[in-house]
Design a protein around this ligand. Structure first.
Ligand SMILES: [Zn+2]
Length: 247
């Protein structure tokens, strides 16, 4: 059976704090982007990438998204229980970091694993590698892999990692949260890392076939069908392949 990947889009839309300071420029000027807006958007893209590569996925935070049904802060236990019950093969928790809730010029990506988990560490290294190289062109720094004791890494029966994809109060990273290209590049990077972990070939998005446009050459139009046929014959003699259409 294909490997099952549990994807945890950290936090709910109502979680307290967990948002950027008001953005100072750009398309979303004045908006405070919530962490969950990014986490969920990435979770859907990652699901898509993984399923194309043949994995099964389980979105463990999906029913907590609004923050209305299962509490504003969400419940980590519900998420890890779901993954454990479904016997997921790995668990990946998606986040955006915060430093001090006011703007600073730092930032970067970290991947965390439970301090004693060897496979967690292996997965974390693969993820951090792929993700930070994909993020380079967006000027997001590589902060490396780190040990942790986070709940979702501790109470999952399978190797688990928690990825912080930038800082919500970074003057660079915060502006990338709603950037679809950034999200897509991260999802591809994570899918590639997971493929490497399971030694599966990454399947890239099929390139869309360019719609072919045809240009026709018209020679003449006749109200008498016989005249049209006569011209068609002449053209055929010259080596063309004419056809007659009605309009
Ligand atoms: Zn978070």
């Amino acid at each position: 059976m294909n490997k099952l990947i549990a994807i945890d889009a950290g936090h709910t839309l109502l979680a307290s704090g967990r948002r950027t300071p008001p953005l100072r420029h750009g398309k979303h000027k004045g908006k405070q982007v919530r962490e969950a807006e990014f986490n969920f958007a990435l979770s859907y893209k990652l699901k898509e990438e993984l399923e194309r590569c043949g994995f099964r996925t389980l979105l463990v935070a999906e029913d907590e998204k609004s923050g209305k049904k299962h509490g504003k802060e969400g419940t980590l236990k519900r998420r890890t229980d779901k993954a454990n019950r479904a016997h997921a093969d790995i668990y990946i928790s998606l986040h955006y970091n915060a430093n001090r809730s006011y703007w600073w010029n730092g930032g970067g990506i970290d991947t965390f694993y439970y301090k004693t988990s060897k496979l967690g560490k292996k997965l974390a290294k693969l993820v951090q590698n792929e993700v930070s190289s994909a993020a380079k062109k967006y000027k997001v720094k590589n902060r490396g892999v780190k040990k942790c004791k986070f709940y979702v890494t501790k109470y999952t029966d399978m190797p688990a990692v928690l990825v912080e994809h930038g800082f919500m109060d970074s003057t660079n990273d915060a502006y990338l949260m709603l950037n679809e290209h950034y999200q897509r590049d991260l999802a591809i990077a994570e899918a590639k890392a997971i493929c490497k972990y399971f030694k599966v070939k990454y399947v890239p998005t099929p390139k869309k076939c360019a719609k072919k446009e045809l240009y026709r050459v018209q020679v003449g139009s006749y109200s008498d069908k016989q005249n049209a046929e006569k011209l068609a014959e002449e053209l055929a003699k010259k080596g063309y392949t004419p056809f007659i259409t009605k309009s």
